[in-house]
Structure formats: C-alpha cells, structure tokens
Design a protein around this ligand. Structure first.
Ligand code: ADP
Ligand code: MG
Length: 319
C-alpha cells in the first residue's frame, strides 16, 4: 500500500539522509522504522506526507504517486504524531482533537461524537477531559491526545515519530500495549519510528532497520535474531537480550489447532529473549499451562514483557 521505489533524499548541504530506499509497507501493518539517531527515520517518515520533497525516486500510496495527490487529500488521509507532542495550549482537548475534522467541515454533532469515542478508546472519560486545557493533563495523557488527534478524521495511514520517547517507562509501556491493541481494533497502516529495539520487538509486525540512510534489513522481529543480515544487525538486536528474573516453569503449548502435539519448553533464568522469540516463530499465540491446566494465552508482546520482569495483569489473557 505504501511503496518506496529507489527513494533518495539529499539535503542542500549535501547530507544524504535517505539513500535509495526500496521497500513496501503492507495495508494494515504495524511497520516499525528503527535505527540509531541520524540514520534517516524522520526524513523517511516526512517524505510520505510530503513534508519533505524527495531528491530521487518515487513513493506510491495505493499505487498512486504521492506527487499526484492533492496535498490536502494526502495530509488528511495520513495522521501524523510528532515526536514532541504539540497540542495547542490555548485550545481545549476537544478543540485540539477536532482540528482536522473541522478542516474537513464535519458537522458539529459528528465531531463531538468522534471526540468522545476517541477519548474513551484511550481510557479518558470524555466528560472529565474534553474541556480541559493541555496543561491540565499529565505527560502520558497528553501523548494519548497526540495519538488520537492523528486518528480523528479516520485516516488510512498513521505516521508516528518516536511518540513515546519522552515518557516515563510505565506510561511508555502502557501506551505501547495500547497502540498494539488499537491497531488490532482499527486495522490501519501504522508507520512507527523508534530508536528503541525493545519497543520495536514489542509492537512491530515488521521492522525496518536503517543505518546511515540505508535500509539494512526488513523482516519480522524474530528474523532479526534468527537471520541477522550482518554484524550491525546482530549488535543492534543483541542489546535486547534479557536474562535474569525469577520465574520457574512455564509450559508452552501449541495453539488449539494442534493441541494434541504438546511442546513443552522450560524457560528459566538462562533463556534468552532470542530463544523465546524462536519458540514463538511459527505461532501467533501460545497457550500457557500450569499443573496440566491451561491458564491463559500468551503472545509476543506479553512474553517480551515477561522477560523484562514486568508482566502485569492483562498481559496474560485468561481463557
Ligand atoms: P533520525 O530521525 O533517524 O534521527 P533524520 O531523518 O532526522 O534522522 O536525519 C537524517 C540525517 O539528515 C542526519 O544526518 C541529519 O543531520 C540530516 N538532516 C535532517 N534534516 C536536515 C536538514 N533540514 N538539512 C540538512 N540535514 C538534515
Ligand atoms: Mg528523528
């Protein structure tokens, strides 16, 4: 649905920020762009909604060149969450969320309904929050508003530039979980920029790792462990291997379709995240058994949380 064809961006001072990028992002996918600071992530993102013009190559959205779109049509169809949330301080939360719907001349009643729906979606009571000003919200709450504002006019694509990097670890983890949940609900294409491998592993359908303007590897999270393209990739994901924690035995069972063939894996303090992701490689979800009884389901997000020693209620969905 979004295709980069040999896209290069050279700034006027000669810096090549993106060098012959050639890849596609699928419809409905949570695509994570990752890489060290300065590798070209923000530039890649901004070229998609024409905030930055390309030097070479073509970007297509639904097989149509982005240069052929009317600029308003393009921008309205692409929600954008900035790294530094920029809510207008003099406007209420409702007014901040309603900016694009109002530009699109939605009826007032439709806007109100939409604002309430979005606030509820991120766990903020509409009646409590719609008339507040941004400075009456916590950092994590403001970040949620930044995210739902990008969703307000129901765009097909959402670009998010390190949206959680300024948050404390607890809010951050909560929002990571929410974005995965949200993505499941709304099934939009999300391009999510981060420099944090842990974050990428938690949320991505596919990861695109960049270095110095070049795409180094694109694939499912586990492929970065099982088939790293080179030593840079190995080192980059290597930092995510977590050991330690105090857990005993988890029995992981094949999903129901194959319930008769029971695999048991012992996970202990020496098991690396890589090994666990390998176990998850062909399985979306795994049933968790304790003393012969299925006690819940676990997915990649939950297991990564578990390995961070931070599995919380809700991470393990009881069946
Ligand atoms: P990232 O988001 O991965 O940190 P950026 O896309 O912001 O990286 O930047 C990629 C490279 O392009 C960096 O070397 C940065 O200094 C350079 N760059 C970004 N914007 C400009 C600009 N307007 N003019 C010149 N160089 C720029
Ligand atoms: Mg950036």
């Amino acid at each position: 649905m979004i295709t980069f064809e040999n896209v290069t961006k050279q700034f006027s001072d000669g810096t090549i920020a993106v060098n012959q990028a050639d890849f596609s992002i699928k419809k409905g996918e949570l695509f994570v762009l990752i890489g060290p600071s300065g590798c070209g992530k923000t530039t890649t993102l901004k070229m998609m909604n024409r905030l930055i013009p390309l030097s070479e190559g073509t970007i297509y959205i639904d097989k149509r060149k982005i240069s052929d779109y009317n600029i308003h049509e393009l921008r309205w169809n692409i929600g954008y969450v900035l790294q530094q949330i920029a809510l207008f301080p003099h406007m209420t939360i409702e007014e901040n969320i309603a900016i694009v719907p109002e530009m699109k001349k939605w009826k007032e009643s439709k806007v109100k309904k939409r604002v309430a729906e979005l606030l509820e979606m991120v766990g903020l009571d509409p009646e409590t929050y719609r008339n507040r000003k941004p400075n009456e919200l916590s950092g994590g709450q403001q970040q949620r508003i930044g995210v739902i504002r990008a969703l307000a006019a129901d765009p097909d694509i959402i670009l998010m530039d390190e949206p959680f990097s300024a948050l404390d670890p607890i809010s951050r983890e909560k929002l990571q979980e929410e974005i995965v949940e949200l993505q499941k609900q709304i099934n939009k294409t999300i391009v999510f920029v981060t420099h944090d491998i842990q974050e990428a592993l938690k949320i991505a359908d596919r990861i695109c790792l960049m270095k110095e303007g070049k795409v180094v590897q694109i694939g499912k999270p586990r492929e970065f462990f099982t088939n790293p393209a080179n030593s840079f990739v190995k080192d980059f994901v290597g930092s995510a291997e977590i050991t330690g924690g105090n857990f005993d035995l988890l029995k992981l069972v094949h999903p129901l379709s194959n319930a008769s063939s029971v695999d048991m894996f012992r996970i202990n303090t020496d098991t690396s995240l890589k090994e666990v992701l390998d176990l998850l490689s062909e399985r979306e979800e795994i049933l968790v058994e304790s003393d012969g009884t299925v006690i819940g389901k676990i997915d990649r997000l939950a297991i990564v949380n578990y390995f961070s020693g931070e599995l919380k209620e809700g991470g393990l969905k009881h069946v």
